[in-house]
Design a protein around this ligand. Sequence first.
Ligand code: 16G
Length: 180
Amino acid sequence: MSSTNDTYLFEEEKLKQLSEWNNFCIQLSNHSLIARPLKLQDYDKGYLELLSQLTLVGQVSRAEFTKRFQEMKTANSISPHYYIVVIEDTKMHKIIGTSTLFLEMKFIHHCAMRGRLEDVAVLSSYRGCGIGEVVVKIIVELARETFKCYKLTLDCSDDLIKFYGRNNFLPSGHMLCIRF
Ligand code: 16G
């Protein structure tokens, strides 16, 4: 049997169960915004255009988007991995913010989960009113409270270190990278 949850990348309940969920909703509702899991239909609501304000997205067709979405959803049905949260402007029917929790299973730390905060973006015209902080906090709470991650890491450009610092992320080692 299908339900509206079928179109979500993960169960909406995972967000609603967060102890700070009501606070997040109140902060967002001041701007006619809601937070929810990514939906397949967000292809038509500007999700990829939003990501293109973070980095190169390229020409992703609807078929390619659908295939990747289904791959992530299938992975989540086996074990938790991809938690993409979006912020929708309910008046404009547009995705204006997003963040991702990627979960990696470990043997270390007693078979713990390590979380990675990824692909945080807020549409340029919506910046400066605390939406970025809310999308980051949602992921922090999912990692901490729901998935009991032993740590949550991110990489970012130098100019965002202050922003993440205000959200309790401290410099720790170095990120090294090979570009292919
Ligand atoms: C930033 C993002 C990362 C994203 C990358 C894309 C956060 C916290 N970090 O580092 O998730 O994947 O930018 O840039 O959102 P790239 O195209 O150079 O890899």
